[in-house]
Design a protein around this ligand. Structure first.
Ligand SMILES: [Zn+2]
Length: 241
């Protein structure tokens, strides 16, 4: 910011003799004070750093029982999310997948079979499975393009060659840094899932939250409106990966 601007900023509402020499004097004075005490500068540039973002991510769909309800809630709240889909489930649910994409959500690959023993048996098996999933998405939605990938069960603990192979094939691997823990907390109700989301996110400003839209995730559906309300009140914006 130029010292003239700073002078105008500081002098807002202050009545002073409006002679050129007085202006020059106060302008120089302001520049001097601000050079000595930079903390006095208006902190406009800090806003970007303070921005809080939450990425809602749903794994294991599409399903007839859960995905449409999740989409309804997201639509009502004007929130976009990212869906990591299982290829073999798309067959009879092409319309749900097309709706997901049409409503502005991102779709990524989460494997075709989701069977750990076979997909993690070799790099080739893993890539073949990912490609099969990609083709299933394209079969339902030919205009889809995307390179997001999420490892079934997560990436930690996997052999390095598997991680390398997926990245080498051009996928952008997406993990998560918080979770409602709906897949690992059988019987947990919506209140518990909400607590899990807050506990696992801690004080992070960028949250990638793991949820599931597979069969039987009724409590996730119940929890979602409350989560969205919470993040909105806390000043988070929603984004897709
Ligand atoms: Zn999964």
């Amino acid at each position: 910011m130029h010292s003239i601007e700073i002078f105008s900023f500081c002098m807002k509402g202050v009545r002073l003799p409006q002679t050129e020499s007085m202006k020059a004097f106060f302008c120089t004075l302001c520049a001097l004070v601000l050079a000595l005490f930079p903390a006095c500068l208006p902190q406009r540039t800090c806003q970007a750093q303070e921005q809080k973002i939450v990425y809602l991510t749903f794994d294991d769909g599409p399903t007839d029982s859960t995905t449409p309800k999740i989409l309804d809630i997201l639509k009502e709240n004007d929130v976009k999310a990212t869906f990591f889909v299982i290829g073999r489930q798309i067959g009879t649910r092409k319309e749900i997948l097309r709706r997901t994409i049409a409503e502005g959500h991102k779709v990524g690959v989460h494997s075709y079979s989701h069977e750990y023993a076979s997909i993690y048996s070799s790099a080739k098996a893993l890539l073949d499975d990912a490609d099969k999933c990609r083709r299933a998405i394209l079969d339902a939605a030919p205009s889809w393009s995307g390179n997001l990938y999420r490892f079934p069960g997560g990436e930690s603990g996997l052999k390095q060659e598997l991680s390398k192979a997926v990245r080498g094939a051009g996928y952008k691997v997406c993990g998560w840094n918080a979770s409602v823990e709906d897949a690992v907390s059988p019987g947990a109700d919506a209140d518990k899932l909400f607590e899990n989301a807050l506990r696992t996110a801690g004080d992070k400003d960028t949250i990638i939250l793991l949820l599931h839209d597979g069969v039987g995730y009724k409590e996730t559906i119940r929890c979602l409106p409350r989560l969205i309300d919470y993040y909105k009140k806390e000043g988070f914006s929603f984004a897709t990966l």
